[in-house]
Design a binder for this molecule. Structure first.
Ligand SMILES: Cc1ncc(COP(=O)(O)O)c(C=O)c1O
Length: 452
């Protein structure tokens, strides 16, 4: 038998072997980009806010798994929760998973309005697929409305309602999907009036679009219009959920009660892949509440015992430690500092966000080459990593925005350190532009973009 690489050998591999194997068997272009930004390391330990590489260097994680690490890395109570269920049948669809109902009950308790029935799955895109299908089957309508610059995932259905660049190479997508500008009530009303749309899918704050907060009153008006014209409001809380924006869910800032909510990322506590959509009894019943229809949407791994145990414990910790309130307090602290920096130095155009979902949009410097102008935020991320040991990233649809989405357990000293580092970078603008131009030169001719 050809000798395959063992787990033990893989764990013992050098940084070079890890990178080279990824290059040969996973995605060489992504490996090149990560090398350029200094992310081609062997990160071999993670705990709370910190990640460590093979040299023992420590990094502060202000990216937080794109919103998947609200509890930080490898939360000890989640690892204990996992241990406590290791002897349960993990995958056993022939019966009822003993933790499925409990997790769904907890979700019903913490989500707004009369959301009550959950479908458990394994990722964000899968939750969105399920929500779109439920909207169709329960309304009998075909179309979907979504917003410009939105991001809902990359599977076919989710991609069909994801704004901008990822759609093009995969067309034709799901028919009947119509894009409207985010925040534009009259454009939304015009489309809704046709009565053709099963659902309107919306992020309470656009994450990958560049951390875009909605105009005052937009979510409420969208809710009222959807009700009036019989279209279901699907709130995608995959990134904004579980305390990220300073409340348990992003829609709560506006008192909105969606018909369906999609969840993933931090639901799995950063330990297990776990997603869900949750809907009211009425909508679920219309969709799947009969003997002919109850098995129309299923998943092999959805709701497995390990993931459900971690999901339940995650919710318990979020509530017990009031991490939504902490997100609000720490978020304001970081926002205040970043706003001050943006007023003092001419690099940052705008600071946006809520709680610990914060974006800093950069100006496009005239002197910089086109590519470095567009990816200035990426360059700043590179400097934050290499010089200050801080992990951040730019947003997928708008690479000129740095996102700050640290775990909600972040300490104020850590917030201050990141703000101080941003200030130092802005102060040393000349040097910074030099670095960014250097990186830009290397990038010339290469099309870049993170996969999300
Ligand atoms: C708002 C939103 N919806 C859906 C997704 C897709 O989630 P996943 O990558 O788990 O498929 C993401 C991922 O970034 C997201 O931010």
């Amino acid at each position: 038998m050809k000798g395959i690489i063992t787990l033990e050998e893989a764990l013992e591999s050098s940084r070079e072997e890890v990178v080279e194997r990824y290059r040969r068997h996973v995605n060489p272009e992504l490996a090149n980009l990560l090398a350029l930004l200094g992310y081609d390391r062997k990160f071999c330990r993670a705990e709370g806010m910190k990640i460590f590489d093979e040299t023992g260097r420590e990094y502060l994680d202000f990216l937080g798994g794109y919103g998947a690490l609200n509890l930080g890395h490898n939360h000890p109570e989640l690892l204990e929760a996992l241990k406590s269920v290791l002897e349960l049948p993990n995958i056993f669809q022939a019966s009822i998973g003993i933790l499925n109902g409990a997790l769904a009950q907890a979700l019903a308790e913490i989500t707004p309005g009369d959301l009550n029935m959950s479908f458990l799955c394994n990722s964000g895109a899968e939750a969105v697929e399920g929500a779109l299908k439920l909207a169709r089957i329960s309304t009998g309508r075909k179309g979907f409305l979504y917003t410009e610059n939105s991001f809902h995932g990359k599977s076919f259905g989710a991609l069909s309602v994801t704004g901008r660049k990822y759609q093009k190479p995969f067309k034709p997508l799901l028919p009947g999907c119509q894009m409207v500008p985010y925040g534009d009530v009259s454009a939304l009303k015009k489309e809704l009036m046709s009565g053709e749309y099963a659902g309107f899918i919306l992020e309470p704050i656009q994450g990958e679009g560049g951390i875009i907060t909605p105009p005052e009153g937009y979510l409420q008006e969208a809710e009222a219009l959807c009700r009036k014209y019989g279209t279901l409001l699907i709130a995608d809380e995959i990134q904004t959920g579980f305390g990220r924006t300073g409340k348990m869910f992003g829609v709560e800032h506006d008192g909105v009660e969606p018909d369906i909510m999609t969840l993933a990322k931090s639901l799995g506590g950063g330990v297990m892949p776990l997603g869900a959509y949750i809907a009211s009894d009425e909508i679920w019943k219309k969709g799947y509440g009969s003997r002919e229809k109850f098995l129309l949407h299923t998943s092999t791994f959805g709701g497995n015992s390990f993931a459900s145990a971690v999901g339940l414990k995650t919710i318990e910790i979020l509530l017990r430690d009031r991490l939504d309130e902490r997100s609000d307090v720490m978020g304001r602290r970081l926002m205040d500092r970043l706003e001050k920096i943006s007023r003092e130095y001419s690099l940052i155009k705008e600071i946006r966000g809520r709680g610990l979902m914060i974006g800093a949009e950069f100006y496009r410097p005239k002197v910089a080459a086109k590519i470095s102008g567009e990816y200035l935020a990426g360059m700043v991320c590179g400097i934050l990593l290499q010089q200050y040991g801080i992990i951040t990233a730019f947003t997928i649809n708008n690479p000129n925005v740095i996102r700050f989405e640290p775990p909600l357990i972040v300490e104020k000293e850590e917030v201050d350190y990141v703000a101080d580092s941003m200030e130092a970078i802005c102060r040393e603008q000349k040097n910074f532009l030099g670095v960014s131009l250097n990186i830009a030169r290397k990038l010339m001719g290469r099309k870049m973009g993170f996969g999300g």
